[in-house]
Write a protein that binds this ligand. Sequence first.
Ligand code: ADP
Ligand code: ZN
Length: 728
Amino acid sequence: MAEFFDEGARVAVLTTQPLDRLLTYRAPEGGCWQGAYVEVPLGPRKVMGTVWGPGETGFDAAKLRAIIRVLDVPPMRAEMAEFLTRVGDYTLTPMNFMLRLATRAPGLTNPPSMRKIYRLGHREPDRMTDARARVLEVLEAQAHAAFTLKELADEAGVTSSVIKGLVKQGAVLEEESPRDLPYPHLDPAAPGKTLTGDQAEAAKVLTEGVRGGQFGATLLRGVTGSGKTEVYLEAVAACLAAGRQALVLLPEIALTSEFLKRVEERFGAKPAEWHSGVTMTERRRVWRMVAEGGAQMVIGARSALYLPFRDIGLIVVDEEHDGSYKQEDGVLYSARDMAVLRGSINGAQVVLASATPSLETWANAEAGKYKRLDLTSRFGDAVLPEMRAIDMRNEQLPANRWISPTLATAVRGRIEEGEQALIFLNRRGYAPVTICRACGHQIGCDHCDARMVEHRFLKRLVCHQCGETKPMPEKCPSCEAEGRLAPVGPGVERMAEEVAETFPEARVAVLSSDLFGSARALKAQIELIAQGGADIIIGTQIVAKGHNFPKLTLVGVIDADLGLQGSDLRAAERTFQLIRQVAGRAGRGDVSGLALLQTFQPEHPVIRAILSGDEEGFWRAEASERQAAGVPPYGRLAGIVISSPDLDAAMGLGNTMARNTAPLDRIGAQVFGPAPAPIARVRGRHRVRLLVKAPKTAPLQPALRTWLEPLSLKGDIRLSVDIDPQSF
Ligand code: ADP
Ligand code: ZN
């Protein structure tokens, strides 16, 4: 039960600077409840905070500053406070930063009456123009969403007078001082598809788990197209029927529209959405409705885990192996692990779905911590694609050509049959390297330890680390030779050229995240492909993520060895997952698929495992390597990155830290480094990394705290802690 405070209260405040403690304030007139969102004075400013607990004892109430007011916002629940505390402890993140994650609904505190909101009206406008059509299209596409005038104008790319014109005609409704409307009701009793034996069995286990109302985690494994989504929608139905809320996390915004459609078909209405493409007004509504229970289901990106669910009963993490679930800036957390934590606090079931689970999840299932359900065959007649290697040592290729004759023949065969072929290369841009043929200089980023990548569509060089762009220079920046700069190696844009030359009659579509100005343009391209509007698709890893292209029957992987270079211990796992995912795009319909892997090392164990499809064998081999190395999931690891414009300063601090490791020694942890971080310079800051490796059961975080606490960061030095870093 929440406590009531009428004297002093400790408040977690929302500040921009890290603050790892709670501040005591005098309770407002009339007192306040634990969890209440409040406005408090902080120095000369007023900031938002949440009431965390009783004030420190022995305070002199008269001397304390008082809470200004209690905000008209649903209070934070105890489970949420516990979740934030535990994530903060785990990731060594100050509480005020955690609080920011939990209140990422802009305008949360503005009374809604201050805005006017626009919705789709019932009348047709008397005259249709392009601009008007765009407004109506936006409103139709997000029929339940609310927009402010500016948001709607921006989204549709029109001036506000266009919208005002539509309001006059009744085609758009303008609402004064609107309330936040609940979402349309999802009907859990609506029947789903008739499940196959495998599917029904898996669905039964999940729905029983949900009805039990307790925490439990399950790995739902099944090849692409095996019906994982159908199965977990059954669990969603059971959850909604029990009157609890369901959250489905997807790794990619571009996947949401297809998913929304499926939910609507199944439950008769669309759920709430939460991701960076959602307008501010709509986010505020989602936040409130999730808190008040007016949203039964949310689909969203990883940050949806921090929504204030009234009663969450199910969390699905779809494509749980996906790298995008690891937040790489701000608070470093793995959304997959945090979903499990949240489930355990809230008594919710957690479903981790994937065709190629992460090693962590696989190991947890092996150890019996998670249940494991397997869907072994594709739905209907679709069969898994056959996989074959093309040994590039035997292929004759002219310079600056990457499609082998064997692959070209296969592609030609498929498009002559009216099918689609996918050429996969996980490299954005035109060419990864630009070199001067006179002096050998490679153009690098001025701020990062990275090469600039030529993007011909943009007519610029782009740094994939910091996003810096510059025009292609005419002269070599090093020797000043003119006209000698040349692209080296392929990116997807260059593949598009080669494809156009090799298959002049084919319709070609390129799918790369950076080629689309908006999520909508990307979605349109995906739909075009799905409807057969292209013969050959050239794509980066964006195509690996669960899109359904029924005509696609051949996948050609240009460089299967690409991910295997480098010292990253996760390289094998990532390559295995990515190539299996991409290959899984082929042959979903009634035609069987084929995946051809161009490789210079067909005998490499990872390539062999991909070809043979021996996943269990692959995982076992990976697991024993990690076990031997004592790294996750069999040991604990933390990366400490020190960054500074001054390399010596960063190194100096790193060396000091490496000499004083007593708190870490006590738990049997080892410290490696300091050494240059995997990316040694980003945005003009040098980065030095220490790696801390500890036994699985060691209390790593408290030891890290003790170790880091006495450090004082002088000048422009920054330090960040990454528990379970992605690369090590
Ligand atoms: P996954 O999530 O494993 O990739 P999906 O759930 O998306 O698989 O299923 C792939 C396709 O097969 C979808 O179009 C889905 O509607 C269809 N499908 C799967 N199971 C069934 C079923 N039991 N009855 C009818 N269609 C099904
Ligand atoms: Zn850069």
